[in-house]
Design a protein around this ligand. Sequence first.
Ligand code: DC
Length: 236
Amino acid sequence: MRTLKAEIAMPVSPIVITIDGPSASGKSTNARRVARALGYVYVDTGAMYRTLAWHCLRTGVDVHDPKSVAAACRHWSARLVCADGDPRQVRLLVGAYWPEKEIRSAETSAAVPHVAAVPAVRRWMKRAQRACLRFGNLVMEGRDIGTNIFPESEFKFFLDASLGERSRRRAADGVEDDLAARDARDSQRAAAPLMIPLGARIINNSSQTPEQTSRLILNDIRRRLRQRTARAPRED
Ligand code: DC
């Protein structure tokens, strides 16, 4: 039987942890670790932009032509699903296909900044990323999550590391990437450039292990969740 207490209880909205930062700043590793530790759903928004870039290349859309990219984004049949795993994670399917490997190719990496700079694409992504709330509590990583997608989040982090350290990490992964050029494109584009979100905790992890960085993030979240619980009005 429903009690009066249940009826007057405020609806509980999902918690969103936002993790932004430049390429190779440790976002993916730490976002996954944090999602796993908390049992939240992991969302890699870079993978979503990469999926559209891959789709454009595959279907012969000129990624240097913003109008064609915007049209491709309006018409593609893309669908978000939440896949089981540890952590559970959001996948963007094209048709029924998940291009897991293809979106990491050098060709896709070169195309993705052009696609990500198109305002209509960013609007589509914003709608899709906010719709991930239906999957529950989220750890979402990207470039504009705390500034533009979930600016209302109470739990914002900005990861950074020196250019030398980030280049070393990329090389260790066997990926050739001109990080200085990528940083410049991500920070200087007109639509939702990479910026430190207001209220974000900044963590420079140049000389930290992933264990240390994710522990810092988790301790911070848990402390604030405890404070939140202590502030909440008691029900009895
Ligand atoms: O994190 P990544 O390297 O997979 O991101 C791929 C590209 O997408 C990169 O050029 C930055 C861009 N991106 C973005 O503009 N906004 C996001 N929220 C995530 C990624």
